[in-house]
Write a protein that binds this ligand. Structure first.
Ligand SMILES: Cc1cc2nc3c(=O)[nH]c(=O)nc-3n(C[C@H](O)[C@H](O)[C@H](O)COP(=O)(O)OP(=O)(O)OC[C@H]3O[C@@H](n4cnc5c(N)ncnc54)[C@H](O)[C@@H]3O)c2cc1C
Length: 375
């Protein structure tokens, strides 16, 4: 989000410097794990559909004619019990936003893909979906930002923001104080540390585990033909990718939101990065129940962090103590696909004071309301 915002600000005439604690691709934040789903059938809210469409256009522009180098179209398969609000939200988004889709019976879906879907469940296949190659996307954003004139400094950690002074000042780990006219905080899971106060109250950091299995050789061709998929099950929302999506690391799957299991808040500086057998049990069970062809030894695993807002909508707003500071956060496990558009909305908020028609949904006030008890 930081690179995309820097690019958008620089093209609006600002001179931008990005201060990055690590590098533009690493495993200590929220973008690790090689791939991210991009889909138009947006059960989180139909107003996101327009933003996804804009983001798809931006990723294609960033590909510069090298089709598929950043974004691979596969379509998206979703299934679940007919009364699941998430599945119904996806189907509703397809209908209300004219997204090409098919509603299938479990039997018809099982003829096309190696999935097991209980009879009585609903299945939706939507066309305008696929996955993004994370490192390639971030390389492209970095390249475009640098070509536009953005200066990127790696290995620089901002320790503190000094607000309410004549200039915004950033205290770095080195002890240096940097002054600037305005600052944008896109620190992912570390935002709470930089912006205590209201953002600390509004954000919660969650640990998520990713895994890649090594399916048996005879199933790999079928698994390669899978679209990206999402399953709304009583155990939670699981999702995954075709086999060998980037390189040939295996079959990637994860659980977005576990149902009925503890989901404690974590400290990003003390994150348990080790993957334990218990972390993998829900994935193993999911494969046995719904994607048996994908079963096999785990080839790789990883840990990543969500920065969740109360409503799981994004939070892009001014800092309450200093309007020259804008904070873009709360991407709640579904922000990556939007990065170029988030950059534009955030840059507009800095440059013009308005971030777009979604600004109300992405405001602090909206999120604070979610925390108030219903009357
Ligand atoms: C397991 C998992 C699966 C996901 N799947 C999807 C998906 O399929 N589709 C989708 O659209 N989204 C998905 N997401 C969400 C998406 O990846 C995130 O919303 C997105 O990466 C957030 O970007 P960010 O820039 O806010 O955070 P990050 O990518 O973490 O970047 C924040 C940057 O700030 C730097 N930083 C932090 N603090 C400081 C400091 N004090 N000084 C200097 N630099 C600092 C960090 O080093 C980091 O590089 C997923 C997330 C996870 C964890």
């Amino acid at each position: 989000m930081g690179l995309a915002t820097a690019l958008a600000l620089q093209t609006r005439g600002f001179q931008v410097t990005v201060l990055e604690r690590y590098h533009h691709v690493h495993t200590y934040g929220s973008h690790s794990g090689h791939t991210r789903v991009i889909r138009q059938a947006y059960h989180e809210g139909a107003f996101y559909v327009e933003l996804v469409r804009r983001a798809q256009a931006r990723w294609r522009e960033l590909e510069g004619g090298n089709l598929g180098s950043l974004m691979v179209e596969t379509g998206m398969l979703e299934f679940g019990p007919p009364d699941d609000p998430g599945l119904q939200g996806s189907i509703e988004a397809c209908r209300s936003c004219n997204i090409d889709h098919e509603l299938l019976t479990p039997a018809a879906a099982q003829k096309r893909w190696p999935v097991h879907i209980p009879s009585g469940w609903q299945v939706c296949f939507s066309q305008q979906a696929g996955y993004l190659k994370v490192a390639a996307c971030l390389d492209a954003l970095r390249g475009a930002a640098e070509r536009a004139g953005v200066v990127i400094e790696y290995g620089v950690r901002v320790r503190e923001l000094a607000l309410g002074q004549p200039a915004v000042r950033l205290l770095l780990d080195s002890g240096e104080l940097r002054a600037c006219d305005s600052a944008v905080v896109c620190a992912g899971a570390y935002t709470k540390k930089l912006c205590p106060g209201v953002f600390n109250t509004l954000l919660s950091i969650r640990r998520r585990v990713l895994a890649w299995t090594t399916p048996q050789a005879q199933h790999r061709d079928d698994l390669r033909k899978l679209p990206v998929w999402g399953a709304f099950t009583p155990e939670g929302f699981f999702y995954g990718f075709p086999y060998g999506e980037v390189g040939n690391t295996g079959l990637k799957l994860a659980c977005h939101v576990p149902a009925g299991a503890p989901d404690p808040e974590v400290d990003p500086d003390r994150l348990d990065r080790e993957v334990h057998p218990d972390d993998l049990t829900p994935l193993t069970r999911f494969l046995a129940n719904h994607l048996p062809a994908g079963q096999g030894p785990f080839a790789a695993t990883g840990v990543c962090m969500y920065t969740c807002s109360p409503s799981e909508d994004f939070l892009i707003d001014r800092h309450p103590n200093d309007p020259r500071v804008v904070v873009a956060t709360g991407f709640s496990g579904h922000g990556f696909k939007f990065a170029p558009v988030i950059g534009e909305l955030t840059a507009d908020l800095v440059a013009r004071g308005v971030g777009g028609p979604q600004q109300t949904a992405f405001s602090r006030v909206h999120q604070l309301r979610q925390l108030q008890p219903a009357t």
